[in-house]
Structure formats: structure tokens, C-alpha cells
Design a protein around this ligand. Structure first.
Ligand code: ADP
Ligand code: MG
Length: 339
């Protein structure tokens, strides 16, 4: 058994600026395992950014196109457990020779080996053997090799010997494509404005994006309704409340509109009336401060305004907060209501 999950493929891995280097190196390896300059390939990045998906896509591709290659995917923890068992049952020799027969070895989340001297030592020997025999090694980590504290220097330097590529937070375009792809895979159609709303509202990681899509589908089928903007807003709000996470843009707009006794529609409107302009600027300022959204996404949520408008609003309110105690107090009060 290769322990690969066949669901992770290149076909359903969306390429974007955030993952281009890792994806193309992975694809090159998939076609020529062991013989590219990318050996080892080290993919690193935060949680939910696609490390496991990408390295398994490489493994699946090789397995499906090269039946004679022995591809093995294993988490670093599993490797450690197997190693400890091998010592306990006096079968270290079998353990080593098993790993030395692998053609493509994929080790996920090597950061767990920090401080595990014996595991590191054993892997060092396996690594050298496989690398010397031009077998492919692929690893992932939640941080760059140089930041892997508790990892032996000689192992760290092996990790950096081939190609190191990081996966970053997906940009807007990639998020949009991922949402589209996931929905398409589920056979669900939703209006583009809903996709746009989701892509502008969730910018943490792909796993979170998927979680929201799953909840949306569940809500839609539970309530026997289409996935529209209202459902998307409510779902997002509930998820955030449930998990006690950061503030959403919708909450910012609700709180600010209620405080100034105007509607959320006023905040988003093109109106240049004073009653709307000042609250809108405050809401943009709070959105920048309290959410992780980009200026572009904030502009989107305020009736599709330009990011320069958002910058202007933020500067205006920052100045007022520094110089006007009354406004500072208003902003503080609004911040309190957001939590
Ligand atoms: P990590 O291992 O970095 O924590 P995963 O590989 O488990 O992240 O990815 C989390 C989820 O997001 C998985 O369901 C994966 O399929 C999906 N995912 C991540 N990146 C992409 C991408 N570029 N295209 C499509 N799906 C992605
Ligand atoms: Mg993972």
C-alpha cells in the first residue's frame, strides 16, 4: 500500500501565483521522478495551503503512470511510530531495507521530527541511500528548513539540497478559481456574484474556504433553497460566530450602520451625503483594522470602490482618531461592539 489518497490530483489542484513554483516543480518530478534537479523537493507553508494535496498529486501521478515505481506516502509521525516499533520488536534492519527500496518517498510534515534525534539519524541514512540511488524524495514542512529548530544541521542541509518552494495564502484570483472548481465538482451552480462575495470574504486558507462551501451546501439542502448572497452572508456569519474567530466585514457593516442609524445599503451606496460618507469611512477603517481583508476586497464590499478610496478613508479616520478625542471614543466603542 502506498497510503496515497487518490482524491488528490493535479487536475483538481488549482494553480496560482501563490503556489506556482511548487506546483511546477511537482509536475516536473511527476514526469521524471528522481532525475530532475528537484531532489529532494521540499514544500513548506502554513496550515491548509495545499502541501498534502500537492505532494500526493505527485505521488498519484507517478503511481498511475509508472506502475513499476514504488511510491510511498507517509506522515513524519507515522514514520516515527514505525521506527519505534521496529526498535521495540528488534526489526530495525527490516524497517531500513523497506524504506531503502522505495522509488518515490513522500514524507509529510517533517517539522514533527524536531528534537527526535534517533528518528532524524535513521532518516538521514535512508535519505542518503535513496538520494545516492537517484530515487525521488519529497517532503513537506510547516516552515522553511532554516527555521526548523531541533533539526540536526546535516539533515537541514540535506533538505535544502534540491528545491525548496513555499505555498502562500491564495490570492483573490486563485480563491475564485478554487471555489468554482469545488462547486463544479459537486455539480452545483451558483451565481457569480456569490462566488465573488465568498472569494472576497475568506482569505485565510483553502481548508477554510472548503469548510464554508460545505456548510453552504448543507444549509442550502437543509432549507431547500438556492445558494444565494443572503445564504452566503448568513452562513459566513454563523461560522465565524461558532468558531469565535475574527470579525467579518458583515459584522463591521452591521455595527457601524446601526450605530449611525443608517442602513448597510447606505454604506455600500454611491451616496456622497455626509450622513453616509463618514460612517462609510469609519467602516472601511475598522474593516482594515479588524479583518484580514485586502484593500481591494474592502473596496469590493463597499459597493465596488477602488482601493485608493479605501486608503483615503483609512487615512482620514486615522488622522481623526489621533486628533479628535470624541471620534477616538466612537471608534473604540465600535470596536468593542465588534467583539
Ligand atoms: P496542508 O497540507 O498544507 O495543511 P492540504 O493539502 O490538506 O493543506 O489542503 C487543505 C484543503 O485545501 C484540501 O482539501 C485541499 O484539497 C485543498 N486545496 C489546497 N490547495 C488547493 C489548490 N491549490 N487547489 C485546490 N484545492 C486545494
Ligand atoms: Mg497537510
Amino acid at each position: 500500500d502506498s497510503y496515497l489518497n487518490p482524491a488528490y490530483t493535479f487536475d483538481n489542484f488549482i494553480e496560482g501565483d501563490c503556489n506556482r513554483l511548487g506546483r511546477s516543480a511537482g509536475f516536473a518530478i511527476a514526469q521524471n521522478p528522481g532525475t530532475t534537479a528537484f531532489n529532494p523537493l521540499m514544500i513548506y507553508g502554513g496550515v491548509g495551503l495545499g502541501k498534502t494535496h500537492l505532494v500526493q498529486a505527485v505521488g498519484n501521478y507517478i503511481k498511475n503512470n509508472n506502475q513499476d515505481k514504488f511510491v510511498l506516502y507517509v506522515s513524519s509521525e507515522k514514520f516515527t511510530t514505525q521506527f519505534i516499533n521496529a526498535i521495540r520488536t528488534d526489526s530495525l534492519r527490516d524497517f531500513m531495507s523497506f524504506y531503502m527500496q522505495v522509488d518515490v518517498l513522500i514524507i509529510d510534515d517533517v517539522q514533527f521530527w524536531a528534537g527526535k534525534e534517533k528518528t532524524q539519524e535513521t532518516f538521514f541514512h535512508i535519505f542518503n541511500h535513496l538520494h545516492g540511488a537517484k530515487k525521488q524524495i519529497i517532503m513537506t514542512s510547516d516552515r522553511a528548513p532554516r527555521d526548523l529548530q531541533g533539526m540536526q544541521d546535516r539533515l537541514q542541509s540535506r533538505f535544502k539540497q534540491g528545491l525548496t518552494a513555499d505555498l502562500q495564502q491564495p490570492d483573490l484570483e486563485t480563491r475564485t478559481a478554487i471555489i468554482q472548481k469545488k462547486l463544479q465538482a459537486e455539480g452545483i451552480f451558483i451565481e457569480h456574484n456569490v462566488i465573488e462575495y465568498l472569494a472576497h470574504s475568506i482569505n485565510t486558507n483553502v481548508r477554510e474556504l472548503e469548510g464554508v462551501i460545505v456548510s453552504l451546501m448543507a444549509q442550502a439542502s437543509l432549507n431547500r433553497r438556492e445558494i444565494d448572497l443572503d445564504l452566503a452572508r448568513n452562513t459566513l456569519r454563523n461560522i465565524v460566530i461558532d468558531s469565535d474567530k475574527e470579525v467579518t466585514i458583515d459584522t463591521v457593516q452591521d455595527v457601524v450602520a446601526a450605530h449611525f442609524n443608517i442602513t448597510v445599503a447606505d454604506l455600500k451606496s454611491k451616496s456622497r451625503k455626509k450622513e453616509a460618507v463618514f460612517p462609510r469611512q469609519i467602516a472601511m477603517f475598522l474593516a482594515k483594522e479588524q479583518t484580514e481583508l485586502s484593500l481591494k476586497s474592502i473596496g469590493y464590499h463597499f459597493g465596488g470602490r477602488d482601493h485608493s478610496t479605501v486608503i483615503h478613508a483609512i487615512q482620514t479616520i486615522s488622522d481623526l482618531v489621533s486628533n479628535n478625542p470624541q471620534i477616538r471614543e466612537t471608534v473604540e466603542k465600535l470596536k468593542g461592539s465588534l467583539k
